[in-house]
Design a protein. Structure first.
Length: 378
C-alpha cells in the first residue's frame, strides 16, 4: 500500500488530514473577494493547505490558480521570473489560445520564448538576463492577470522575502498594482511572522490592513491520532494508541514532524509488528542521527552569541523574557543586549520563531528536529 504519511509532494485528498475549518474560511474569504495573509510556523502545512484549497470545486472549476514559493529570490528580477514561469506552467495545459494571450501580454520579453518543433508550443527558456526592465514586465504580468478570461488566485509563499530585495519601494510598487485589480486575488503566505506582521499591521507600510489574516495552528490531537490510526488500519497495520500519542506529543502536534516519524514507522517497521513507543523513539533517534551533519553545519555558521542563545532557547522549549537579567543569568549568557541582537539575527535566519502569549513573545526553534538535536548534543 502507498505510504499515507506524505512528507513531500502534493497530498492526495484521501490522505489530507482535517483543516476543514481553515479550508472553509479561506474559500469563503476568496469568494468574498478579499486577499488573505496566511502565516504559520514552518512546516505546519500551509503550502499543502493552499494546494488543498485550490482543489476545492468552487475554486478549481472557476478560477486560474497559481502558486510560487519566492524564498530563493533575492531581487525584483527573480520575483518577475518566478511569477511569469508559474503562470506559463499553469497555462500550458489550458491550450494554445489561452497561453498565447499571456505571451502576447509580455511585450518586454517578446522574442525571449523558444518553440518546441514537435508540439509547436512555446517553451519557457527565459533567463534573468532577458528581464531588462523588471518593473515593466511586472506591470505586464499584473495587466494579464487583470484581463484573464477567468478570475485568478495567486498564492505567493514566503512573501516576506520582498522586504530583503535591494530595489527600493518593491512593497509600494506591488501594492499599487494589486489594489487596482478586480480579477485577481492574492494569498500572501509565510513563516517569518515578525516581518509579515510588520508588513501588514504597521500603518506606515503599503500593505497595511490589505488582507484578511489567518494563523495556521496545529491539528488537534484527537483528530490527528484518529486519522493516523485509520491510515494504519486501512493497510492492515497496527500501531499502539500510546505510540501515536507519543509521536504527537513529542512535537506538540507540529504536522510535518509527526508525519515524518509516522512515515518512517509505516515504511520501516515490520508489517506484522504492532508499532509501540520503543519503535517511535528508535525512529526519532535515527532521524536525528541522519540529520546531524547538516545541523552541525548550521551551528557552525553562527557566531558564539547566536549559538549560545539558540541552545538556551532549545533547552527551554518555549522561552519568554529572554532579555531579562534572570534569563541571562540562568543560561550564563553574555548580556541582555547581546541576546537581543542574537535573537534578531536568528529570526532573520528563520532559525527562531515566536508566538504571542498576551503581550509576551514565546520564542522557540523553527525546526523541531534541530531543537531535539541541540538538546541531545549540547
Amino acid at each position: 500500500m502507498e505510504n499515507p504519511f506524505y512528507i513531500t509532494g502534493i497530498i492526495p485528498e484521501s490522505y489530507f488530514c482535517d483543516r476543514e475549518k481553515e479550508t472553509s474560511w479561506i474559500v469563503r474569504t476568496l469568494e468574498n473577494k478579499a486577499h488573505i495573509l496566511l502565516t504559520s510556523p514552518r512546516r505546519m502545512g500551509k503550502t499543502q493547505l493552499i494546494r488543498h484549497v485550490f482543489e476545492q470545486p468552487s475554486i478549481k472549476d472557476n478560477c486560474y490558480t497559481f502558486y510560487t514559493d519566492i524564498y530563493p529570490t533575492t531581487s525584483l528580477h527573480e520575483l518577475v521570473l518566478f511569477l511569469s514561469k508559474e503562470i506559463y506552467t499553469v497555462l500550458v495545459p489550458k491550450g494554445k489560445n489561452v497561453l498565447n494571450k499571456f505571451l502576447a501580454a509580455l511585450h518586454s520579453l517578446e522574442g525571449s520564448f523558444g518553440y518546441d518543433p514537435v508540439s509547436n508550443m512555446p517553451t519557457f527558456n527565459i533567463k534573468l538576463g532577458d528581464i531588462l526592465s523588471p518593473e515593466l514586465t511586472l506591470e505586464e504580468i499584473f495587466r494579464y492577470l487583470e484581463q484573464a478570461d477567468k478570475p485568478c488566485i495567486f498564492a505567493i509563499d514566503e512573501f516576506q522575502q520582498i522586504a530583503n530585495y535591494p530595489e527600493k519601494n518593491v512593497e509600494a510598487m506591488l501594492r499599487t498594482y494589486i489594489q487596482k485589480m478586480n480579477n485577481c486575488l492574492f494569498i500572501y503566505a509565510g513563516s517569518n511572522r515578525h516581518v509579515l506582521e510588520n508588513m501588514f499591521n504597521s500603518a506606515a507600510k503599503p500593505f497595511y490592513n490589505s488582507a484578511e489574516q489567518i494563523y495556521l495552528d496545529r491539528i488537534s490531537k484527537d483528530v490527528y491520532t484518529a486519522f493516523a490510526e485509520e491510515q494504519f488500519a486501512k493497510s492492515g497495520r497496527r500501531i499502539a494508541p500510546n505510540a501515536l500519542s507519543l509521536a504527537y506529543d513529542l512535537f506538540e502536534g507540529h504536522t510535518y514532524y509527526v508525519h515524518n516519524v509516522l512515515h518512517n514507522a509505516f515504511a520501516y517497521i515490520d508489517h506484522e509488528k504492532t508499532i509501540d513507543e520503543t519503535d517511535i523513539n528508535k525512529i526519532l533517534s535515527d532521524i536525528l542521527e541522519e540529520k546531524g551533519r547538516s545541523f552541525a553545519s548550521v551551528m557552525n555558521q553562527l557566531n558564539y552569541q547566536q549559538k549560545e542563545t539558540l541552545v538556551a532557547i532549545a533547552k527551554e522549549g518555549k522561552a519568554s523574557g529572554v532579555t531579562s537579567v534572570a534569563y541571562v543569568k540562568k543560561h550564563a549568557l553574555k548580556s541582555p543586549s547581546s541576546v537581543q541582537y542574537a535573537i534578531s539575527a536568528l529570526l532573520d535566519k528563520q532559525l527562531l520563531t515566536y508566538q504571542n502569549d498576551g503581550r509576551t513573545k514565546l520564542y522557540s526553534i523553527s525546526d523541531r528536529f534541530l531543537e531535539m538535536w541541540i538538546c541531545r548534543s549540547y
